[in-house]
Design a binder for this molecule. Structure first.
Ligand code: NOJ
Length: 732
């Protein structure tokens, strides 16, 4: 009898426990439920304080970002929404995540973000250089590697890509975007979003992306950082919006609001772009994070009296996450209690953040599995992509008398401040990149020419300053060589955030070094590393060949030396105009026509750039046919095929990029003299011919948007252009 009672009691206890467990396992923890249901369930359980905490981002680990410093946060609340993660392995993340999972009331995982801009540990060329490859597939692969390295190290979310169209290269951040053209930025934006995110964010090798800086940051006055921008609605929609629209359509998870003041309303308090366009018109269901300190900076911009007003303006405009402002944290709950901010708006904001956490699978897999550095970094395939991307992004600007490739040469003098630096080759935003991973230009040359050519080296001068004491010895070195390779450029810290320059020239000392070397009478080859286009008008005259190598990342000297030896045929083309002089700024290919095209020129310099958008030489020659069209008169709904045949007429295999431009010569509103609408890069073996094809969708490719983003297609004549070839067609 006693036995039976015990069994009965145990059964009752077990059933009660089971029933309790059943009712107590909240729906949001059930991975089988649809994400929206889980989000709604979770939010229904949250207090206002818990919600507000989700809308804040602090930092974790040693901050390596000199422009955005803050004291380490010691007491991170378990319920915090997000952290910028400065550590390079998952341990610290996992510790803090454990606190969130086990000590916060609802066990909401933290979202860890970081600036993974052109690689995490395997550093790729800077984005401006990547665009010169005209190879979005390769850029997608590079971003995919960055995602894998980052996620396996404890990062769920990158603040990348930067897709700010930039036409003033004095602005240091021109290095971080894909150049001056809206279409180019759109294509590489989509490639990088796909590379980072893939099609399933819960994949342990993918991360969420963030389009930045929304919007118009690249229009900074006089190339200064963080300043006012004057952007008409027409220019906003013609120039700055297209990459963002493309990124949103590609499914980007988040966006970052911009620092700049846009016509009187800073990006971080801008209802029109954040709420009206992004959330209402484009129906983006992710969230917007402020840039670092951008909410509290609304005070210095003169649109908020204090942090509370700043919180109110940014939040109601549509910035959901506060990155290091201490504004939402301190004032949002109070604003809700005072009835100034509707509870529903807070719920909407929190839902957007939770949605991403669910999509990333953080509720199921909050911790990053342990792995060795060897398992996650610098994998052979990653290095191969780094090498190929660097190779394809190098632009041969000049090659007088076929100076390059260097054949029949036995002695090369290697000179200049960039020759033995690996640090500067990585550029700004190097995440966990290490300069020791990067192959210097000199080491690359050694690898390439080993046992074949005798290399000698002398630095000659520093990057800047007045010390010319090394000039004499470099001249002697040059006299004894068959060719002189001069490695010049910008220090890494001369571009990137908060790194504007008043001129695109290299410091005088570097120009003087070349003038000195010229006295040796030997071929001069310049290797130019920079984070922006340079003013090369004087250096161009002193040199026989010039390679724009940008900041090539860890592959550094290897692909460059491969081009110099002729092992690699250069295929990069400029994604940004190189002005004749700094005084031409802003200069970009897709400008409007002047009222008097034959007049209005500069009196003192040419009015054309030194190297135009799309310029880039090859060791082979390509012959273009005329453009053919499948029809020269079509109805607005019809599609049209344009083709051009390109023959490799030289004696080396080579890749060629064909840029397809269009123009609407007469329109209701003036249109640019040409606009890039498509590009394609194909390898063409010597003697071979390839057909390049552009499928024209008239509304998309020939139409235009007005100042509200509404698209029109007018009847009449249009031009399709490739290089110096042009055909016209008519839309009925
Ligand atoms: C400020 C920069 O403007 C932004 O691009 C970056 O992502 C954040 N700081 C976070 O480091």
């Amino acid at each position: 009898m006693r036995k039976i009672t015990i069994i009965a009691l145990s059964l009752l206890f077990a059933t009660t426990l089971f029933a309790q467990k059943k009712t107590k396992t909240p729906l949001y923890k059930d991975s089988k439920q649809p994400i929206e249901k889980r989000v709604n369930d979770l939010i229904s359980r949250m207090t206002l304080e818990e919600k507000v905490l989700q809308l804040n981002q602090l930092t974790l680990g040693r901050n390596d970002n000199a422009n955005n410093m803050a004291d380490p946060v010691n007491d991170i609340p378990a319920g915090i929404g997000s952290l910028i993660y400065f550590s390079s392995n998952p341990d610290l993340r996992n510790q803090v995540q454990k606190k969130a999972m086990e000590h916060s009331r609802l066990g909401i995982p933290i979202l860890f973000g970081y600036d993974v801009i052109h690689g995490y540990r395997t550093m790729y060329p800077i984005s401006l250089a990547q665009a010169c490859s005209w190879n979005p597939k390769l850029v997608e692969e590079a971003c995919s590697v960055a995602a894998q390295e980052a996620r396996m190290s404890g990062v769920d979310w990158t603040f990348s890509p930067m897709i700010d169209v930039a036409r003033d290269a004095r602005w240091g951040r021109v290095s971080e975007g894909y150049g001056e053209d809206p279409y180019t930025n759109s294509v590489f934006c989509v490639a990088s979003v796909k590379g980072y995110q893939g099609d399933d964010l819960s994949n342990p090798k993918k991360i969420a992306a963030c389009l930045k800086h929304y919007i118009g940051y690249g229009a900074s006055e006089a190339g200064r950082d963080y300043v006012y921008t004057e952007i008409s609605r027409q220019t906003l929609w013609d120039t700055y919006m297209p990459p963002y629209q493309a990124g949103v359509e590609a499914g980007v998870a988040t966006l970052m609001s911009s620092f700049n003041d846009i016509n009187g309303t800073p990006g971080t308090a801008n209802q029109y772009i954040l709420r009206e366009i992004l959330k209402e018109r484009w129906q983006h269901d992710g969230f917007v994070v402020s840039d670092w300190g951008a909410i509290q900076q609304l005070r210095s911009q003169g649109v908020a009296a204090d942090k509370k007003e700043a919180a109110f303006k940014a939040f109601t405009a549509g910035v959901e996450m506060d990155m290091m402002n201490d504004c939402y944290n301190k004032h949002l709950a109070e604003l809700v209690e005072e009835g100034k901010v509707p509870q529903a708006l807070v719920d909407d904001a929190v839902k957007r953040i939770l949605r991403l956490k669910f999509r990333l699978g953080l509720f199921e897999t909050p911790y990053t599995p342990a792995s060795t550095e060897k398992e996650r970094f610098l994998l052979p395939q990653s290095l191969q992509i780094a090498e190929q991307l660097a190779e394809e992004s190098i632009v041969m600007l000049k090659n007088e008398g076929s100076t390059l490739p260097l054949t029949n040469i036995s002695k090369i003098a290697v000179v200049g401040p960039m020759a033995k630096s690996n640090w500067h080759l990585l550029g700004s935003w190097r995440a966990q990149g290490k300069s020791d991973d990067a192959v210097t230009l000199f080491a690359g040359l050694e690898n390439e020419f080993k046992n074949k050519v005798q290399l000698s080296y002398a630095q000659g001068c520093n990057f800047d300053g007045e010390d010319r004491s090394g000039f004499e010895s470099v001249l002697t070195l040059a006299k004894g060589a068959d060719a002189v390779i001069v490695c010049l450029g910008e220090k890494a810290q001369w571009s990137g955030e908060n790194a504007s320059r008043s001129t695109l020239s290299l410091p005088q000392i570097q120009e003087d070094l070349v003038a000195e070397l010229k006295k040796a009478g030997k071929p001069i080859i310049l290797l130019l590393s920079s984070g922006r286009p340079l003013e090369l008008v004087r250096l161009e005259k002193q040199s026989d060949a010039m390679l724009q190598i940008w900041q090539p990342g860890i592959a550094g000297g290897n692909p460059i030396a491969g081009i110099l030896s002729g092992r690699i045929n250069p295929s990069g083309k400029l994604s940004i105009t190189f002005p004749y002089s700094t005084g031409q700024i802003p200069i970009y290919y897709n400008h409007r026509q002047s009222a008097r095209p034959h007049q209005g020129k500069y009196q003192d310099i040419p009015s054309t750039p030194l190297y135009e958008f799309g310029h880039g030489l090859s060791y082979t020659t390509f012959e273009y046919s005329d453009i053919t069209l499948s029809a020269d008169k079509i109805n607005r709904g019809d599609k049209l095929i344009a083709e051009v045949t390109v023959k490799n007429t030289g004696d080396m295999d080579g890749a060629e990029t064909v840029h397809w431009f269009v123009r609407d010569p007469v329109s209701t509103i003036s249109r640019p003299i040409k606009e890039l609408k498509f590009f394609d890069k194909l390898m063409i073996r010597k003697g071979e011919t390839k057909v390049f094809r552009f499928e024209i969708d008239p509304i998309r490719d020939l139409g235009f948007v007005d100042g509200e983003g509404k698209r029109f297609l007018e009847s009449g004549e249009y031009w399709v252009m490739v290089k110096d070839k042009k055909v016209s067609l008519t839309i009925n």
